[in-house]
Design a protein around this ligand. Structure first.
Ligand code: FES
Length: 179
């Protein structure tokens, strides 16, 4: 079986050219210890280009900053904002903070996992949906909370997952059969 490379990571991806140009614009001095501050800016830029930060992108950045890959991956794991897993076009995020958890967030998560046939941290094979969990998103009064891309769904009930997914399937031009 041939190894499947993520489309983000093939050399033909213009994202690497864009990232390279961005790093050039930062005029990094490889012996300046301050350069590490620019690393976070670069990781933000890379995530905005590729959608996530796979190992190939991390190594590319480490090389340009003359730091180790372990250093880059340490910075990524320190900040919640950065992600090393790919996201679907429709990103479903279930808050697992305390208020949401005590209001049944784990059951809501299971509903989405069952409806899409994937687990948290995974993407559907067609790339349309991904599921992830988050810590408190600051909307506890609406617990349990689900974010779909930038849209907030509050007081989500069990059984609502399929309805929410259907809204996005309609956006993709898919017919949803009346139950
Ligand atoms: S715990 Fe979910 S929004 Fe605060």
């Amino acid at each position: 079986m041939t190894e499947q490379k993520s489309p983000c990571c093939t050399e033909s991806n213009p994202g690497f050219i864009e990232l390279d140009a961005y790093i050039d614009s930062l005029k990094i001095d490889p012996i300046d210890p301050e350069r590490k501050e620019k690393l976070i800016m670069t990781l933000h830029k890379a995530q905005s280009i590729f959608g996530y930060l796979p190992a190939e992108v991390q190594k590319f950045i480490a090389n340009r900053f003359a730091v180790s890959h372990a250093h880059v991956s340490g910075v990524i794991s320190f900040y919640n904002y950065f992600t090393t897993t790919p996201k679907g076009k429709t990103k479903i995020s279930i808050c697992m903070g305390t208020a949401c958890y005590v209001n049944g967030a784990n059951k809501i998560l299971q509903d989405f996992e069952n409806a899409l046939g994937i687990k948290a941290g995974q993407v559907t094979p067609d790339g349309r949906f991904s599921i992830e969990t988050l810590r408190c998103v600051g909307a506890c009064v609406l617990a349990p909370v689900v974010l779909v891309n930038d849209h907030v769904y509050g007081k989500v009930k069990q059984g609502q997952a399929e309805k929410i997914i259907e809204e996005y399937l309609v956006e993709y031009g898919e017919k949803v059969e009346e139950q």
